[in-house]
Ligand binder design. Structure first.
Ligand code: ATP
Ligand code: MG
Length: 729
């Protein structure tokens, strides 16, 4: 009705109204954070329906996450006054999965095709690779899978991969293997995640009848977070939007300053191409921010101004009356103190009447959540992890805990069953049956039954050798536990069992984060006197269950926070090597650093009323503390919008910490932070390097092989040690 019509438009500013009422033709809304881009899209959706321009199913709306799709569906339902159904509203992948089911036969699948997970993909690729006799040490399957995935991100089917693209990887066979892999998938009536976009785009490219069907179906296309689309998504959109003889009714909203997914193939250039692809496109700029106070906006604007490559936008506060509080930057003594400071502040805000649901802790990397989770459990503040699992529920942490349990408690059959084939040791269901039967027959635990069967020669071959090695590692770990303590023992366990290698060899984008989580786990271990104490503590933390109805503080990564907003935002870990990340610093390029800065901009602009930044003076790397430098981003925040306070850390970059934290007394700037678990991927050590070991202190490298370094220590002792746990000075 027209009454509703007026009320939803009345709550918009003139530029936003233009963006909504310019319904036909192509439109790009290019605007900074919190200017109402998503609101414009949602209102536009409702406007199209309420003015009778299209039926609900004739609008294609793309969001970046499933959560955003749900919210948009709700908001549209609210404006319409009834639940919106039958919508083509979702993420790129969800929409493509739905389309592919309808046209699967065109790519040689049936509508009931399965979507493979990463494990299955890898297994399949390895089978496919066999005939080529590739040196898999040099070209491991996960790496090749990564290459294939990037090709898919760029819309390249095997036929479209050019000779120049197919240069070096897998001795020049990558394209041929890719083609064979796709054929094999087809035979299995399966596709992988990347195929969803690739197949549908290929169908739209080659089947004019199908394309025509969608051209007639979709009268309007709406896209949120356009700055983070990759090439295949862009091709898909362009195919659907370019209707011959009819205008392209496509509306994309985005912010080049919030482009944070280039590591997944996103191309911010898609924004720049928009006008070229859709001649006559209108560009609307929104400049009033309705989300944040002036100080928060000022701090964010000052920071992002340090990026070179920008389209340039103005951002004014729409809340003229609200200067608000300055952004606080708090230095704390160490990472434990940081967890205390953040959680105590949250508790204080709550006591002042703020709801926990309006607070969020945004971290750079998943491993950072652990310290906060433990503190929150300890002081009894309910929290939820958004877009991920709680620290101790993550697969790699559960695996590692299972390894520890198997050492600590040889009768823990569940733990042993979890690790016996993780990493893969060739133990299939039949072999596992045999081990179980052996254990039952002897009335002993599974691990003992397995040992007995191996000793008797009841199983043979490569699998038997590998399981025997696992049992040996468990037993040597128990010896080390008794002699050298739990930290060294667990380091040995995770290294020698091949578990860390499993993740090092995994080239999926999640693998480095999983290695960081494992490192954090060992760090947590050092807080406890024994392995038993630690395992008991973990059991207690995990038991803390969630109460569905109550308000909870949100804990998530900066990447996951895109598009969201909270009254109060905590931003911990602003230190060199954490944020910007060590990987970015190691790569050394400007591009990576600018993306980190955009991530910082996303973080600050999530806050409506309070943004609180923290940096710790030192962080624990395994058993010893390492000083950390405040993030360069802190220097880039304009003074007039920031209140700096110090609760025990050094305030300025480059200053050293007290000698009690770092006995060595070498100048801080000469130390480069080294990520021990990633040492394999970045060949970091050289003969003659000065290093530190958590137990033996400072030494010099005199020899090395794949995992071990030979180090002569100050004491005069020479030791052969696992390189993962040695830190370069
Ligand atoms: P981001 O770049 O972070 O995705 P955005 O540009 O999508 O932000 P929205 O989330 O749509 O911004 O809007 C930010 C906040 O401002 C929301 O709470 C929204 O309801 C509010 N808002 C948007 N436009 C107006 C307006 N005209 N009047 C009042 N509030 C508004
Ligand atoms: Mg948005």
């Amino acid at each position: 009705s027209s009454g509703e019509g007026e009320s939803y438009l009345a709550r918009l500013n003139p530029e936003q109204r233009t963006a909504i009422e310019t319904t036909d033709g192509s439109l790009l809304v290019l605007a900074g954070a919190g200017t109402g881009k998503t609101r414009v899209l949602t209102t536009r959706f409702a406007h199209i329906l309420l003015t009778g321009r299209a039926k609900p199913w004739q609008i294609l709306a793309v969001t970046f996450t499933n959560k955003a799709a749900r919210e948009m569906r709700e908001r549209i339902g609210f404006i319409l006054g009834e639940p919106a159904e039958g919508l083509w509203l979702g993420t790129f992948h969800a929409l493509c999965a739905r389309m592919l089911r309808r046209h699967a036969e065109y790519v040689g699948l049936t509508h009931s095709f399965t979507i493979l997970d990463t494990d299955d993909q890898l297994r399949l690729l390895k089978q496919v690779m066999e005939p080529w006799r590739i040196d898999i040490k040099r070209w491991p399957a996960p790496g090749l899978l990564g290459v294939i995935q990037r090709w898919k991100d760029r819309g390249l089917t095997p036929e479209r991969v050019t000779d120049t693209e197919d240069s070096d990887f897998a001795d020049g066979h990558a394209r041929a293997i890719y083609a064979a892999y796709q054929t094999r998938l087809r035979q299995l009536n399966a596709c992988d995640f990347g195929d969803l976009m690739l197949h549908v785009t290929e169908i739209l490219r080659t089947r004019p009848d199908v394309l025509d069907q969608y051209h007639r179906l979709f009268r309007y296309i709406l896209v949120d977070e356009y700055q983070d689309t990759n090439t295949v998504q862009y091709l898909w959109l362009r195919l659907l939007a370019k209707r011959s003889g009819a205008p392209s009714n496509i509306c994309c909203v985005g912010d080049d300053d919030q482009s944070i997914y280039s590591w997944r193939g996103a191309e911010v250039e898609n924004i720049l191409r928009f006008e070229k692809d859709f001649p006559g496109a209108q560009i609307v700029r929104l400049e009033r921010n309705y989300r944040s106070t002036q100080h928060i906006l000022g701090a964010a604007a000052g920071l992002i101004a340090h990026n070179g490559e920008r389209l340039g936008k103005t951002l004014r506060s729409g809340k003229e009356d609200a200067r608000g509080e300055k952004v606080t930057v708090t230095g704390v003594w160490d990472s434990d103190a940081e967890a205390r400071a953040v959680c105590d502040a949250a508790e204080k805000f709550k006591a002042q009447g703020h709801s926990l649901a309006e607070m969020a802790i945004l971290v750079r990397a998943g491993f950072q959540t652990r310290a906060f989770e433990e503190r929150l459990v300890q002081i009894g503040l309910p929290y939820r992890i958004v877009g991920g699992l709680r620290f101790y529920e993550r697969a790699e942490i559960r695996d590692a805990l299972a390894y520890m349990r198997a050492v600590h408690q040889p009768a823990d059959d569940l733990a042993f069953e979890r690790i016996i084939n993780t990493p893969k040791r060739g133990v299939g269901p039949a072999a596992l049956q045999k081990f179980h039967a052996a254990a039952r027959a002897r009335e002993v635990p599974l691990s003992a039954g397995t040992q007995a069967l191996l000793t008797e020669g009841g199983v043979k071959g490569k699998m038997a050798d590998q399981v025997r090695k696992l049992l040996d590692v468990l037993s040597t770990t128990r010896d080390i536990l008794a002699r050298e303590g739990h930290v060294v023992a667990v380091e040995h366990l995770l290294e020698e069992s091949g578990y860390l290698d499993m993740w090092r060899n995994d080239r999926s984008p999640e693998a480095p984060g999983r290695l960081e989580n494992l490192k954090e786990l060992v760090r947590a271990l050092a807080d406890f006197g024994t392995l038993g104490e630690f395992l008991e503590h973990v059991a207690l933390v995990m038991e803390h269950d969630e109460n569905a109805g109550e308000a909870k503080l949100s804990l998530m990564t900066l990447h996951g926070a895109k598009g969201l907003e909270f009254d109060i935002v905590f931003l911990p870990g602003w230190e060199e090597g954490v944020f910007p990340s060590q990987r970015t610093l190691d790569e050394g390029g400007l591009k990576g650093l600018e993306e980190e800065r955009r991530l910082a901009y996303v973080g600050i602009t999530r806050a409506r009323k309070h943004a609180l930044i923290y940096h710790a003076g030192s962080r624990r790397i395994y058993a010893n503390w390492q000083p950390s430098m405040p993030s360069r981003f802190l220097d880039e925040l304009p003074e007039e919008h920031v209140a700096r306070q110090n609760e025990g850390a050094t305030q300025r970059r480059g200053l050293n910490l007290s000698d009690s934290v770092f006995e060595g007394g070498m100048p801080l700037t000469s130390r480069r932070r080294q990520d021990p678990l990633l040492a394999e991927t970045t060949p970091a050590f050289q003969l003659g390097d000065h290093v530190r070991h958590p137990r033996f202190g400072v030494g010099i490298i005199i020899g090395a092989d794949r995992h071990h370094l030979e180090v002569v220590f100050e004491s005069g002792d020479t030791k052969r040690l696992l390189s993962s746990f040695i830190e370069k000075l």
